[in-house]
Design a protein around this ligand. Structure first.
Ligand code: NAP
Length: 472
């Protein structure tokens, strides 16, 4: 069991002022995997003070110096790859075949990406008698979710370092250990005191204290839309910048000319990875009526072929849900979908065969779903796919856009040009064309209730910048 008892503030491991602690439970077996301190508002005050004091000198470092630190973090992060990966398996339950590849390996890639982009902070643009420059926004509060903890964390920290910001970071209560390890990494590379600070505790107390702190200039939040609204309200009193990365209910349009087998393969993998706990999961498959039943059969056989079980088993694709509460919420959605008249193609509320403990939910597929059902409108955040039939492409686009969310989407058509024409009409921040893979150099973020910011790419660094125009 991992035990942490200090926070990393101002370049030192310090005793928390708050005296609480919390146990982290392994979702695969119910055992305690870590114990971490729970801080309070005074710990947040100390961390923000350190970040504020460090900002003056850190924001005056050169882009090359900051890039150098990012590269050192990448090297040190690679040395800690196995430790970080183990925290993801123990605390989230993500299977070993995905935990490093999806969460921890990108740490070095993302650090290098922003090490290269840091130089843009020193560029100036001339417009008539003006010169436009960018400056770091200041002290950033970073609040992260539990579903992709390392990836989300570095997606905020690396651009903030590149821009010259200082920061206070909070992880989700369910998945804290990676953040303590990341503090060890910052310490090992000699990142100047106060640039990176971390605290831990409940979102309600620590998250609110960070979001409303008068010395925080920007809050960057990834999590549920409900908590994102609370963060925005708390941050509004002194007009902080708020960057939100929220939930999704993303559509995947499959036309009659698509390579159906490849499309269904792509769609099932996308929905079931991380046991469906993925913000941009393509959970609504919108399929042309002429190939609908064939698609349902393929989705059934593909889902039933996925190995479910112990995340430490290298053959396992689907691990447990992150918590008993998350599992129950998914089971309730499955029951409701059946009551609403959706056809259960595979999966359901039974425990998978051979498993007696752990928060497991069977990979589940529903057919004959209409887009007004709760299972098609609400973010289930579990291994549940809904399949919706369309007859014209206009109808397919209407269905795709009939959602309060707009994080991601996908289209699989006969060719890339046809797919791109459809993609341009979907109101979402990204679209995978005929199986296109994610790209860490491209901006990631949502329309509508999926958020208002962008992470990754040069746009991801611009979130951490103020713009100044100098008139001559
Ligand atoms: P969550 O309950 O909203 O929690 C996210 C983080 O916010 C946690 O650190 C939580 O702390 C904290 N928090 C909770 N209430 C808060 C408040 N009132 N003020 C400030 N902080 C607060 O979300 P989650 O269940 O961890 O994550 C799942 C959600 O995140 C899903 O909706 C998913 O789609 C979304 N997500 C979006 C993206 C994206 O990039 N768009 C990526 C990943 C996940 P505690 O853990 O201590 O409660």
């Amino acid at each position: 069991m991992r035990v942490y008892d200090k926070f990393y503030i101002n370049g030192q491991w310090v005793e928390p002022i708050g005296k609480g602690s919390d146990e982290v439970i392994n979702p695969a077996n119910g055992e305690i995997s870590a114990r971490v301190p729970y801080g309070n508002t005074e710990d947040v005050n100390a961390a923000v003070r350190a970040a504020k004091n460090a900002f003056g000198s850190w924001s005056n470092t050169t882009a090359a110096e900051r890039a150098d630190f990012l590269r050192k973090i990448a090297v040190e992060g690679e040395k800690r790859n196995a430790d970080l990966t183990q925290t993801i398996i123990d605390e989230l339950g993500m299977p070993i075949q995905h935990a490093a590849a999806f969460q921890v390996d990108p740490l070095a890639i993302i650090c290098e990406s922003f090490a290269v982009k840091a130089k843009h902070m020193e560029e100036a643009k001339e417009v008539g008698n003006s010169v436009i420059i960018q400056e770091p926004i200041g002290v950033c509060a970073m609040i992260n979710p539990w579903n992709y903890p390392v990836w989300q964390m570095i997606g905020k920290i690396a651009p903030a370092i590149a821009a010259g910001c200082t920061m206070v970071v909070k992880a989700a209560s369910q998945t804290p250990s990676h953040l303590f390890m990341f503090a060890e990494i910052c310490d090992a590379v000699g990142l100047p005191a106060g640039v990176f600070n971390m605290v831990h505790g409940s979102g309600r107390e620590i998250g609110t204290a960070l979001s409303s702190h008068p010395d925080v200039d920007m809050v960057t939040f990834t999590g549920s839309t409900a908590a994102g609204v609370q963060v925005t309200n708390a941050a509004s009193t002194d007009v902080k910048r708020v960057c939100l990365e929220l939930g999704g209910k993303s559509p995947f349009i499959i036309t009659e000319e698509a390579d159906l087998e490849a499309a269904i393969d792509f769609g099932i993998n996308d929905v079931m990875v991380n046991t469906g706990q993925t913000c941009n999961a393509l959970t609504r498959m919108v399929i042309h009526e002429s190939v609908y039943e064939q698609a349902v059969e393929l989705a059934k056989s593909k889902s039933e072929a996925l190995t479910i079980g112990n995340p430490l088993d290298p053959n396992v694709f689907v691990g447990p849900m992150s918590s008993p509460g998350q599992k129950q919420s998914v089971l309730d959605y499955i029951d409701q979908a059946i009551a609403d008249g959706a056809r259960l193609v595979t999966g359901g509320t039974e425990m998978p065969a051979g498993l007696t403990k752990g928060n497991y939910v069977l990979p589940t597929v529903f057919a004959d779903v209409t887009n007004d059902m709760a299972i098609a409108q609400e973010e289930v955040f579990g291994p549940v796919l809904v399949m919706i039939k369309y007859s014209t492409i206009v109808q397919a686009i209407e269905i795709a856009n009939d959602t309060p969310y707009g994080l991601a989407s996908a289209v699989w058509a006969g060719d890339k040009d046809k797919a791109t024409t459809i993609a341009r009409r979907i109101r979402a921040g990204q679209c995978a064309i005929n199986g296109g893979e994610p790209n860490h150099e491209a901006p990631f973020g949502g329309y509508k209730e999926s958020g208002n910011g962008r992470e990754f790419g040069v746009e991801g660094m611009h979130e951490y910048c103020e713009i100044k125009s100098l008139q001559y």
